[in-house]
Design a protein around this ligand. Sequence first.
Ligand code: PDD
Length: 277
Amino acid sequence: RIVYLNGDYLPEEEAKVSVFDRGFLMADGVYEVTSVLDGKLLEFEGHLKRLERSLSELDMDKPEGFDDLLEIHRELVKRNDVEQGGVYLQITRGAADRDFVYPKDAKPTLVLFTQSKPLLDTPAAANGISVIFADDIRWGRRDIKTVQLLYPSMCKMMAKAAGADDAWLVEDGFVTEGSSNNAYIVKGNKIITRGLSNDILHGITRASLLKYASEAQMEIEERNFTPDEARDADEAFISSASTFVMPVVKVDGSVIGDGTPGAVSKRLREIYVDESR
Ligand code: PDD
């Protein structure tokens, strides 16, 4: 696989980053995942905008090559022959002697690599996934897409240990979002999802999905919902760049609907894939 590192396209085993990189030492970095369908990038502009916002919220400089990101994405997709999958992009503050204070003259590190994997016709998309609940003990700036992903990793492991696929996070009695996706329930045809704040990541998929849903005259309620409402929902689903719209058929052991992907979730997945590809 060819990866991109600070201006160079390299075989992955030749791409090396300093042990003093603050991404490695302090999780001082941000990332984006852009999906690829039919060899084409989905929602590139949205991901780029959010990336700029993440950098600015952390006072992190743009790396060299930032203005060429679209071209770099396309070049990597081409070189690695990605038909379906994604491009992972990461910017860290760069290498500097270890210190909590941001270094003055560190050069940000820019890394991109691709992953080829089926996104459209997967067993999870056909059959739905199951989620458990976990306490949302992440930091208070979940709107910034940082590489601090240890707790989400722990959540996936807790889900796996419980025989489930993922975890929905709960704070102060309400669901915030999934460990790596936004969370939705459907009640009487109404699509319910938490409103935007620093408590959740502002999903690029979420924004487009809500736009398409409202254009299709579907009813949307942006509000907090409780774990009990989720267990009792008619349907449930998640959204993210890599899952699009993914039906949830079991929440904390409670079967949702008849235990198969619901009509609204299936329709939304179709609409999303049609509109964004
Ligand atoms: N995850 N919430 C969290 C906590 C996320 O990590 C993600 C994305 C989302 C959905 O955002 P978007 O629709 O822009 O992908 C919501 C990515 C895919 C990941 O970590 O792999």
